[in-house]
Structure formats: structure tokens, C-alpha cells
Write a protein that binds this ligand. Structure first.
Ligand code: AHR
Length: 624
């Protein structure tokens, strides 16, 4: 293969091209990225979280009473906050019994590390008294403990630091009242102090770092399906997810479990900022998932029009929460949460894969017009509809064109062959229409693995996304995270459990794109000795320049089962002896464990370079 780079024809491309899409699916949030170690800390689990599928999913899920002379019930007569109505009521006739939490598949602690423990408690009946709190394993070994001061009649928030004496992967939390009384307990929480950037109410450091290592240029949140829910009552409401934890409103997760919303909008904004990524909240377009119940008897396909003014105001308020002065109503709330500076929100997504119905159009138009009028500085990203067999996105595009929506969100999960044979997808896009956010994509094979075949198909396709980086502004692989034993969707980018984080080969591709982003695209002529279609489509190149570092970046994908010898040259001039960093990811198609190999060299080697069978090669040429 011969690749000839025409620098004189370079064009500007998006500086936010490759980012991440976070959705609370597969236990990505509670039990995942959110570092809380106590499960069902708020006693708010409900069978309806699972749509009635799990009868054990009640207020006492993950909690048990150990020992005798005590009872555990759930009450809601006088909660700490009405948004969090349930609390545990422990009646202790004789000291000794313990309220036990199993954590999310156990509680992990590391020797010598500190943990923030906190709870709300009161003793409305009986003697005031202390609570002994400890972390133990099934053999009774104690890993850490603390004792609260006397709990009395009114709710009191007690906080303490517990240092782990030894490491443990399957500890339980025990709360042992030291008095015979009726004790009320709520929001029982344990966090490692070593969260990502050491924020309180923070994120699991290893998982968050793995995401930050992608160098994402933006982060979309909170979904996907989670954003628009499966009925209007299940639409994600950002206002329910900010402020003190006890005042947030937990909710049913569309994927069949519970959202504490401890990882809420403030935390999403903060995490985006920590990673240097543009925050990209996605808000429902006033309609739930595929308009959940369009036409269904007695059901609504969207928020009633009489409530839409309030709904629109909520979206305008979000902009104020993110960017407004601390003197504004919502900007003040951001400041109270510890972030007086604005989050510099630039993008808001409206809608996710919604069925393009009249119900959708009416509500989307209303939101879009209000945003345009009140916040012309914000780029609104619309949606072109669901990714069903037979849909062509046409109606979504028609609405976007009619209203002049600046960007639209497209999703597709397709076979590797689709990605191989559709590299021209964006070449033909009308540059005068909306720009594109490729919000969800992944190569799917039978059995849904994430392997070299799928990863290279994505790498290959991303060369065409970079080539079209003037019309495609953003792209994010989906989904991002999956916890072992709780994986509901495959493939994902990163698998994990309580102690391990396992990035996939697809992750390595995304990381190479994140680390090697450019802001100028340099067109390349390709000539192949064997110009057959099946050969041609399996070899791709994309060359970009990062004008900040002045580095030239050459990405080459070879999806053929044989080595391809290539020469890469500038049409006018040569690379000279510049230093290069070369990274190669290669393996057999089924390989799930390949890791990139990095080496240093000089640019002249690009005159004659071997692209191994099934490989992704990235050269970074320092031209300063
Ligand atoms: O990424 C998983 C799901 O796929 C998203 O929630 C939804 O938008 C899409 O259908």
C-alpha cells in the first residue's frame, strides 16, 4: 500500500471528536463508579425497581438482622426528608443484635486506608445510647470499627473515620446498638477517602482513572434509556439528583434496579471537569423511551402539554445551575455544593432515540425554541430516532432541518462487516445540514464479544469519522461500563468487579483515538497493489495534526489476515528525522486480551512500514 499525504489540502475538524457515554446500566453507577460501599443505604429499594421481577428487592434488600432479642421493620412516619421516606426501625430488647449490610457483593477495604462512615440515627423510645459500628468478615474478624456518641430523640447525622486494619474483599458492615431501645436509622454510608481526586461523595478511583485515561473530549450522561425512562414518571429529573444526599429523590432504574442518584448532576459535571471533558447532559424531549405508550389505553405518550412549561423551565434552570452566577437561584445551589465557578456547559442533548411522533415533535420544538431564545450560546443536540431495523432516521432529520437544530444524535449497533462496508457513510453528508453526534455505536458479533475483530472494525470506521470530522462533531462508543454478575448488555468497553478493572481491546482503540486526537485532517491518497473491494475496505488510514503540539498523527488499520507493507509519504516534502512514537495493537480476530505495544523511532521508517495482520498502528510524529 502507498499512502500519500496532501498537507496543502488539510481541513479543520472537531476538537471534541471522541468522548465517552456514561449510562447507569450493568451497575455502572451504584455498586460501580459511585464509590459508596453500602448497598440500599437509604432503605428505598422497592419491588417496583425490578418491575415486580424480584420479590426480595424491598426496603430491607442487602440488610439482615443478626442475633436475637431484636426486630427490624421499616417505617416512614417521620423521615429525615420526605424525598427519602423509608428508614430502618430496630427494636432492641437485649444488647447484642446487629443490623448487617452485605455491600455490593461484599465490601472491599485496603489495609491502612481511611473510610468515611456516616449515618442518621435517633432513639425516639428507650434509653439514649451509642452504636457500635464495625466491618467484619464471615469468620468474625474485625477490620475496622467506631462507636457513635449517644443517639437521642431527634435525627442526628453522625460521621466518623474508620481505618482498615487489614485488607479484605468481602466484609460486611455491622451496626450494633449498645442500648435497649427503639432506634431509627437511615442513610448509612461508607466511602473510601481515596476517591478520584479525593472528592467527598466521590467516584471509585481506579474506575474513574480508567475513564480519564481515555482522554475523552466530552462526557454524555446520564444515558441512554436512563435519560428518557420507560414512562413519564421514569423520566430522569436532574433536580432530584442534586443537593444533600438525604434530600435527593432516588428512583427506579429502567434497567431493573435502583438509582440512589448519589452520583447525580453535580457529580457528573465535576467528573467531566476533572477529566477535561465537555459535559454533555442529555434530557428527555418531554417523551419517554420510544414514547413508551404511544396509543396505549389510558397511557400518555409524553408529558401533558399543560405541564410542558414547567418542564421547559427545568431545562433552562439546568443551564443556570451549570453556568449561572452564584447570585442566581440555581447558580447558588452549585456554589453551595462546592463549585462557585461555572461548569462552562456548552452542549445539551434533547431526546434519546425517540420515536419521531407528533407527540415528540410538539414537545421537542417547544424545548428547542425556548433554548434558542434564552440560551443561544448552548448547542442543542437533537435526536434522529431509534436504531430499529428499517428506520432511516428521515423524519428525525426532517425536523432537525426544519428547525435548524445545530447537531443531531445518531446511534447504530452493527456487525463488523457493516462498519467495514460503510466507511463512506459520512462522506456524502450534506455539510449545510445539522452536524452529527454519533452518540452510540459498537460492532456486534454473535455472542457479543469485545475482541480484536470488533475493536478493529471500530478503529477502521473511526478513520472515516476523523475524515468527516468537519460534519461529525462527536462520537461515543456504548455502553461504557459493566460489572461482573450484573452485566445486562454486551459488549461494553470496560468490565469490572469490586477489585479489578478490565479494559477491553475496544477500550484500547478508544484510548488511542483519545490520546491521538487532532484538530486538522490531512487527506491521503491510497494506492494498493491489489485493489479488490474486499482488500481495499479492510485497510484504512487517517492522518491528523494536533496544532497545539504540532505533532502529525498517522493511524492505520489492517483488517486483512496478512501483513501489508506500506509506504507513507508526504506529497510535497518528507518527514525528515523527526522522532516518532509508534503504538501497535494486534491479535487474532478472537483475541480479547491484546495490549498495545509502544516503541520509539524516527519518521523515515514510515517510508517502509509493515502493518501486521489484524492490527491498528498509530504513529505520532513530533515535528516541533
Ligand atoms: O447503550 C445501551 C442502550 O442502547 C441505550 O440506553 C439506548 O439509548 C440504546 O438503545
Amino acid at each position: 500500500a502507498k499512502f500519500s499525504l496532501d498537507v496543502s489540502k488539510s481541513k479543520k475538524i472537531s476538537t471534541t471528536l471522541v468522548g465517552i457515554f456514561f449510562e447507569d446500566l450493568n451497575y455502572a453507577a451504584d455498586g460501580g463508579l459511585y464509590a459508596e460501599l453500602v448497598q440500599n443505604r437509604d432503605f428505598e429499594y422497592k419491588i417496583s425497581d425490578t418491575k415486580g421481577r424480584d420479590a426480595s428487592w424491598t426496603s430491607t434488600k442487602a440488610w439482615t438482622l443478626k442475633g436475637e432479642n431484636a426486630t427490624l421493620t421499616i417505617d416512614s412516619i417521620a423521615p429525615i426528608h420526605p424525598n427519602n421516606p423509608h428508614y430502618a426501625k430496630l427494636s432492641i430488647a437485649k444488647v447484642g443484635a446487629a443490623l448487617v449490610n452485605e455491600g455490593f457483593d461484599g465490601i472491599v477495604m485496603k489495609a491502612g486506608e481511611k473510610y468515611d462512615f456516616s449515618l442518621f440515627a435517633r432513639i425516639p423510645e428507650g434509653k439514649a445510647g451509642k452504636l457500635l459500628v464495625r466491618l467484619v468478615d464471615k469468620n468474625g474478624t474485625i477490620y475496622g470499627e467506631t462507636t457513635t456518641p449517644n443517639m437521642t430523640t431527634n435525627w442526628r447525622n453522625y460521621k466518623s473515620v474508620i481505618t482498615a486494619k487489614k485488607s479484605v474483599v468481602d466484609a460486611h458492615l455491622e451496626i450494633i446498638p449498645q442500648t435497649t431501645a427503639t432506634i431509627h436509622l437511615d442513610l448509612i454510608s461508607l466511602f473510601p477517602q481515596k476517591t478520584f481526586k479525593e472528592h467527598k461523595n466521590g467516584l471509585r478511583a481506579d474506575l474513574a482513572q480508567t475513564l480519564a485515561d481515555l482522554q475523552p473530549k466530552f462526557m454524555r450522561f446520564p444515558g441512554g434509556c436512563v435519560a428518557h425512562g420507560d414512562g413519564i414518571a421514569n423520566i430522569y429529573n436532574w433536580k432530584n439528583t442534586i443537593g444533600p444526599l438525604e434530600a435527593r429523590t432516588p428512583m427506579r432504574n429502567i434497567w431493573g434496579y435502583h438509582q440512589t442518584v448519589g452520583l447525580g448532576y453535580f457529580e457528573y459535571f465535576q467528573f467531566s471537569e476533572d477529566m477535561g471533558a465537555e459535559p454533555l447532559p442529555v434530557i428527555a424531549a418531554g417523551v419517554p423511551c420510544q414514547n413508551s405508550s404511544v396509543g396505549g389505553p389510558g397511557q400518555q405518550g409524553g408529558i401533558p402539554m399543560c405541564d410542558m412549561d414547567n418542564y421547559v423551565q427545568d431545562i433552562l434552570d439546568l443551564v443556570e445551575y451549570a453556568n449561572g452566577a452564584v447570585t442566581t437561584k440555581w447558580g447558588k445551589k452549585r456554589a453551595e455544593a462546592g463549585h462557585p465557578k461555572p461548569f462552562n456547559l456548552k452542549y445539551v442533548g434533547i431526546g434519546n432515540e425517540d420515536l419521531i411522533t407528533d407527540i415528540f415533535e410538539e414537545r421537542f420544538t417547544m424545548i428547542f425554541k425556548a433554548m434558542k431564545e434564552k440560551h443561544p450560546e448552548i448547542t442543542v443536540i437533537g435526536t434522529v430516532g431509534p436504531n430499529f431495523e428499517g428506520t432511516d432516521y428521515q423524519e428525525g432529520w426532517d425536523i432537525a432541518s426544519k428547525l435548524g437544530v445545530p447537531m443531531v444524535d445518531e446511534h447504530y449497533y452493527q456487525s463488523p462487516a457493516w462498519f467495514i462496508y460503510n466507511q463512506e457513510y459520512y462522506d456524502q453528508y450534506d455539510r449545510s445540514k445539522s452536524k452529527v453526534y454519533l452518540g452510540e455505536y459498537a460492532a456486534h458479533l454473535p455472542g457479543r464479544p469485545n475482541n480484536i475483530e470488533t475493536a478493529l472494525a471500530e478503529a477502521l470506521y473511526l478513520t472515516s469519522v476523523e475524515r468527516n470530522g468537519d460534519v461529525v462533531s462527536m462520537a461515543s462508543y456504548a455502553p461504557l461500563l459493566a460489572k461482573d454478575k450484573h452485566t445486562q448488555w454486551n459488549p461494553d468497553l470496560i468490565y469490572f468487579n469490586n477489585t479489578e478493572v478490565r479494559p477491553t481491546v475496544g477500550y484500547e482503540v478508544q484510548k488511542l483515538y483519545g490520546e491521538n486526537a487532532g484538530d486538522q485532517y490531512i487527506p491521503t491518497e491510497i494506492s494498493l497493489s491489489n485493489n479488490q473491494e474486499n482488500v481495499k475496505n479492510r485497510i484504512a488510514i487517517s492522518v491528523v495534526r494536533d496544532t497545539k503540539s504540532n505533532d502529525l498523527i498517522v493511524k492505520m488499520v489492517n483488517m486483512l489476515p496478512v501483513t501489508v507493507n506500506a509506504s507513507v509519504a508526504l506529497k510535497d516534502g518528507n518527514f525528515g528525522n523527526s522522532e516518532t512514537i509508534k503504538t501497535v495493537l494486534k491479535g487474532t480476530p478472537n483475541d480479547k486480551n491484546a495490549k498495545p505495544v509502544v516503541s520509539k523511532g524516527i519518521a523515515t521508517e514510515l517510508n517502509s512500514v509493515s502493518l501486521p495482520a489484524y492490527s491498528f498502528t498509530v504513529y505520532r510524529i513530533n515535528q516541533s
